[in-house]
Design a protein around this ligand. Sequence first.
Ligand SMILES: Nc1ncnc2c1ncn2[C@@H]1O[C@H](COP(=O)(O)OP(=O)(O)OP(=O)(O)O)[C@@H](O)[C@H]1O
Ligand SMILES: [Mg+2]
Length: 260
Amino acid sequence: MTQADVPLIQVNGLEKRFGANHALKGIDLSVAKGDALVLIGGSGAGKTLILKCIMGLIPHSVGTITFEGDDVDRFSSAERRRFLDHFGMTFQKSGLFDSMPVWQNVSFRLLQDGVMTGTQAREHAIDRLAAVGLDAPTADLYPAELSGGMQKRVGLARAIANDPDILFLDEPTAGLDPIMTNVINELILDIVERLGATVVSITSDMSSLPAISKRVAMVHDGRIIWEGPTAEVNECDNPYVDQFVHSRAEGPIEMAVRAL
Ligand SMILES: Nc1ncnc2c1ncn2[C@@H]1O[C@H](COP(=O)(O)OP(=O)(O)OP(=O)(O)O)[C@@H](O)[C@H]1O
Ligand SMILES: [Mg+2]
């Protein structure tokens, strides 16, 4: 295998247990540079966990994760820091610090690393907020003063604050109105094209799929049960994908709900 063939991120046999809960049961996933992959799947399937394990936010139980061919479990603390510098992530719940104004949230890592003064970091935050459709006065508000959709956008501004080349986006448009959903999808696309970034997103919004992905992987019960080009997802004959994509209540994906 030549260097050019080495995937950016390669996951093999990834498993995660929380006590009796075998949450990931052997994930194999390859992400190439410039890829735009979306993970879909029902609630609790393991989507968020896959992203968190790759970044090392949650330690995995079994399996290997390599970055540009190097095993991330063997990284020194300096290598680990460099590895994380590649990433920008948005969290399903915005994950903002309540005690800090928006601009400090957006420029958090830059302030922490001491690469910018407070004034520079505030200007930088205002620039990134503009990119997600938020005006300068928003910079001085606190997260509790924002609507849910605004919090989502601040989370995205924070994810792109360091010019990352890999974006992990967990439900970036959930709770946004259709217009803002399109604005955010276009922004994601723009980042991918302009920065040549690699994006792995999680979404339940099937209408966003063609805009933000080239490839789709369906996660079910801790496994990837289907993977293919986005163009094939609507016509896919896999019954799990078919049920999910067409929002059918009946099908192999069972939701543990009990009738009242
Ligand atoms: N920190 C944690 N501690 C214990 N269990 C966890 C933790 N994180 C996830 N799990 C469990 O792992 C499984 C997968 O969770 P995950 O968050 O990946 O689901 P998901 O596919 O992202 O679902 P959703 O669409 O609802 O966000 C679930 O059974 C969940 O309870
Ligand atoms: Mg999730």
